[in-house]
Structures are given as structure tokens and as C-alpha cells.
Design a protein around this ligand. Structure first.
Ligand code: ACO
Length: 428
């Protein structure tokens, strides 16, 4: 922390505001005492200039296109690590030793099953329910089943709840898929990797053995790594805000899932692939680029632009490379990939996108891979939720472990009517 200060002059009064310094990144003006000293609030809808918390998990430099988890660049983690290893790193702060990784993976594998009674929840949903609707409901309902891990003041219970959430998400998501396609649920197979088990629960059937394709398993694991955490994004902030009131972890993660569902956030991968399908062939791209630039047209290039990245999203780079690997291994091609590449090239050379610093984000290419693997578009955001769960629980744990943690309670700029007297119904 620096011993610098910023001076704010307001209402003929000057006050000193401490300036805090993180390990890297912009300095932060501490305005916590502003209201007490001036009676004024700050105004920052969408938190464009506001640090809502202190965190040691993930660092993003949006201008340079840098994403670090506990200091490690996302490109290196995606290349050399595994989702289990990244999960350990996010939760514990350091990369695990071989023994620590084995123990952690074993522990997670012991929590993959769902309480049998939870299975009956699925039957209450329509078969055409969106998997995210099911995820919100079933994850929220975990708090009705795992009472022994809802005391948030007990670090051991917090750890068990975190492990349960990470472990059960693949089972919950795979079951949402199975329910939609009318196939029987498959129980987890703990002899497989975290990701291999998920693929089997999703695409396997009881009638025949399922062989995990190692290239698909690696690609899927990499997609999970790329989505594991992303600093104080909308859904993570939702989890923190829900958790700040002392709500139990399962309820908090259900809140995060609800937020992630939106098309401006996690729902963008589904929207991006739907958009590519709508565009269809490369000759139609210019028309859609014109539409995206037209202020009177609500159409936006989905998978383009980011609140923080004003440069190429480093996750999109890895994602584009992974598309090629999966296509080669599965010996498939998808004309939409060609459309996506051309759309990217045209947009990146268009003054509108250059000036507004709009680059492809993680969602631009993820849908193409997920579709090649066999997932329907409705599952895309559910996969994102599965992977982001580790980030959510790590951030939630970090917040609860902070002795200075208080309930999140933003203020507002009120623009409604001032006080007025009630008018009886007959006199209005
Ligand atoms: N297509 C066309 N124009 C865009 C796009 C886009 N995808 N994204 C932003 N713009 C324009 C806006 O119209 C705005 O123009 P203006 O300054 O003339 O009004 C300008 O760029 C800034 O856009 P904002 O919406 O103010 O930027 P913000 O940081 O609030 O939004 C967001 C970021 C929501 C991601 C936005 O870029 C978007 O809607 N992208 C498409 C959806 C998407 O891909 N979301 C995934 C994000 S990544 C994730 O959640 C995993």
C-alpha cells in the first residue's frame, strides 16, 4: 500500500483521500470515508472506475491483453496445465506438487455424485427447459441437501462446499443435457479425469462403453481453464454481493449462474454461434458489419468487445488454436469457422472496431469448438458456469476469509419524486 494521497476539492472544502497500490495495475483512490467527510456519494453505474474489493486471485491488463491467475499467464496455463491444477491454484494460491494435485483430484472425484433425491428435481422441468434454468434451480437446491457445509464461519465447511460445487457441476450439467435429449442419466465414473468423466456423463449411454477421445478431452479441459476465473466480472461480483450478506455458498453460486446467463456475459457464446449461423456465408459478412455499426440497429457483433479488454482477449487466441486442433482430430470442418475468421479479419480492419477497440473475446470461437464436439448451443453457457464455479468459490472464499468483510450495499443518485402526500383513491 502506498502512502500517497489524492486531494478532492468539493463544496469549498479539500479532503485527502488515501491512494492504495496493488502489486501491479492502476492505483486505487480509497473513497471509503468520502461520504462521512463530505456527505456526497460517487456515481459509477456499471463500476467502470470502481474497484469493489481487494483480491489476489486474478489480474487483467485489458489494454495489453494480459490475464494472470495467481501471477501465471493464461496462455502458459492453457498450454501446460490442467483444469484440476488451475482449480487448485485458484483456491490455494500456489501450483500444487504432484502429491497435492493427486490428493486434490481424488478429493474432487469423491464428491461427484448427487444426492439421489436431487435426481427427482429434473423431472419437474419441461424437457425443453434451458439448461441454465435447470442449473439455477438445481444448484440453488444443493443448499437443501448439504446442510453440513453451509456454516460459512467454519473454514472447513467452506472448503467442503467449494469441493462439492466444483465436483457436482459436471454431473448437474450433464444431467441437464441428458434430460433434454431424453436419455438416461449416467452416474459419474471416478476412474476418469474430471473432464473425461464429464464427457462420458454427457455423451455416453448405458448400452455401450464410452471411449474418451484424448484430443477432445484436452480441448474441453483447456476450455474449462480459459473460463475458470476472470476477476470481478458481473457474475463473480454477483456471487460476492450475494455472499456478503452471509448467504450460503450454494445459493451464492446459483445467483452467479443467473447472472452469467445474460447474453452480454456468459450467454454470448450461444449468441455468437447463433449469429454466425444467421450470417451463414462470408459474402453476407459486410451487411452484418454495417448493421453492428448502425446506432439505430440493436444488432451487435456477438463475441466482440469486452468491458476490460481493449486488445485481443488472450483467451480468444488459445481458443482459435484449439478449434484447429479439434477439427484436425475429429476430421471435421465447419464452414462457420471460415466465416468467423473472415468476420474477424474484416472487423479488425474496420475503423469503427479499431476506434472503439473492439476485438474478439473468449466467446467468439468457443461455440465453434463446442458445436464440433457435439454440444447444442443451449449447453454452451452451462459449460461456462461449470468452469467458472471454481473462480466463483475461490473469490467467495477470499471474501469471507477477509476479517474486514462487510455487506455490499451500493448507494444511488435518486431522481424520483420528492416527498408528497398520499392521495386517496377516490380523489385521483
Ligand atoms: N458490436 C458493435 N458495437 C459494439 C460492440 C459489438 N459487439 N460492443 C461494443 N460496441 C460499441 C457500443 O455500441 C459503444 O459504442 P458507442 O460508444 O458509440 O456508444 C462502444 O462500442 C462501447 O460499448 P459499451 O457497450 O459501452 O461497452 P461495455 O464495456 O459496456 O460493454 C460488452 C462490453 C457488453 C461485452 C459489449 O462489448 C458487448 O455487448 N459485446 C457483445 C456481447 C459479448 O460478446 N459479450 C461477451 C463478453 S465476454 C464474457 O462475458 C465472457
Amino acid at each position: 500500500m502506498a502512502d500517497k494521497a489524492a486531494t478532492l476539492t468539493y463544496d469549498n472544502k479539500s479532503i485527502e483521500l488515501p491512494v492504495l497500490e496493488g502489486s501491479v495495475g492502476p492505483e486505487v483512490i480509497d473513497i471509503r470515508k468520502l461520504y462521512g467527510q463530505t456527505g456526497a456519494f460517487t456515481y459509477d453505474p456499471g463500476y467502470k472506475s470502481t474497484a469493489s474489493c481487494e483480491s489476489a486471485l486474478t489480474y487483467i491488463d485489458g489494454d495489453e491483453g494480459v490475464l494472470l491467475h495467481r501471477g501465471y499467464p493464461i496462455g502458459q496455463l492453457a498450454e501446460h496445465s490442467s483444469f484440476m491444477e488451475v482449480s487448485y491454484l485458484l483456491l490455494n494460491g500456489e501450483l500444487p506438487s504432484k502429491q497435492e494435485l493427486d490428493d486434490f483430484s481424488y478429493t474432487i472425484s469423491r464428491h461427484t455424485m448427487l444426492h439421489e433425491q436431487l435426481m427427482t428435481f429434473y423431472r419437474g422441468f419441461r424437457r425443453d427447459a434451458h439448461p441454465m434454468a435447470i442449473m439455477c434451480g438445481v444448484v440453488g437446491a444443493l443448499s437443501a441437501f448439504y446442510h453440513d457445509s453451509t456454516d460459512i464461519s467454519d473454514p472447513e465447511q467452506r472448503k467442503i462446499a467449494s469441493h462439492r460445487l466444483i465436483a457436482k457441476m459436471p454431473t448437474i450439467a450433464a444431467m441437464a443435457y441428458k434430460y433434454a435429449v431424453g436419455q438416461p442419466f449416467l452416474y459419474p465414473d471416478n476412474s476418469l479425469s474430471y473432464t473425461g468423466n464429464f464427457l462420458r456423463m454427457t455423451f455416453g449411454v448405458p448400452a455401450e462403453p464410452y471411449e474418451v477421445n484424448p484430443v477432445v478431452e484436452k480441448a474441453m479441459d483447456r476450455i474449462f481453464i480459459l473460463h475458470a476465473d476472470h476477476e470481478q466480472n458481473a457474475s463473480t461480483s454477483t456471487v460476492r454481493l450475494a455472499g456478503s450478506s452471509g448467504a450460503n455458498p450454494f445459493a451464492c453460486i446459483a445467483a452467479g449462474i443467473a447472472c452469467l446467463w445474460g447474453p452480454a456475459h456468459g450467454g454470448a457464446n450461444e449468441a455468437a454461434l447463433n449469429m454466425l449461423r444467421e450470417i451463414g456465408t462470408p459474402d453476407r459478412i459486410p451487411h452484418y458489419i454495417e448493421r453492428a455499426k448502425d446506432k439505430n440497429d440493436p444488432f451487435r457483433l456477438m463475441g466482440f468487445g469486452h468491458r476490460v479488454y481493449k486488445n485481443y482477449d488472450p483467451r480468444a487466441t488459445v481458443m482459435q488454436k484449439t478449434v484447429r486442433e479439434v477439427f484436425e482430430s475429429l476430421k471435421v470442418t465447419d464452414p462457420l469457422f471460415e466465416t468467423a475468421l473472415q468476420l474477424e479479419e474484416l472487423a479488425l480492419n474496420d475503423p469503427y472496431f479499431i476506434e472503439k477497440k473492439l476485438f474478439p473475446n473468449v466467446d467468439f470461437y468457443s461455440g465453434i469448438i463446442l458445436s464440433a464436439i457435439g454440444f447444442p448451443t443451449t449447453m454452451f453457457t452451462a459449460l461456462f458456469a461449470l468452469a467458472r464455479t471454481v473462480g466463483w468459490v475461490a473469490q467467495w472464499n477470499e471474501m469471507i476469509s477477509d476479517p474486514g468483510q462487510v455487506i455490499g450495499r451500493p448507494r444511488q443518485l435518486y431522481t424520483g419524486p420528492t416527498e408528497r402526500d398520499y392521495v386517496p383513491l377516490g380523489q385521483r
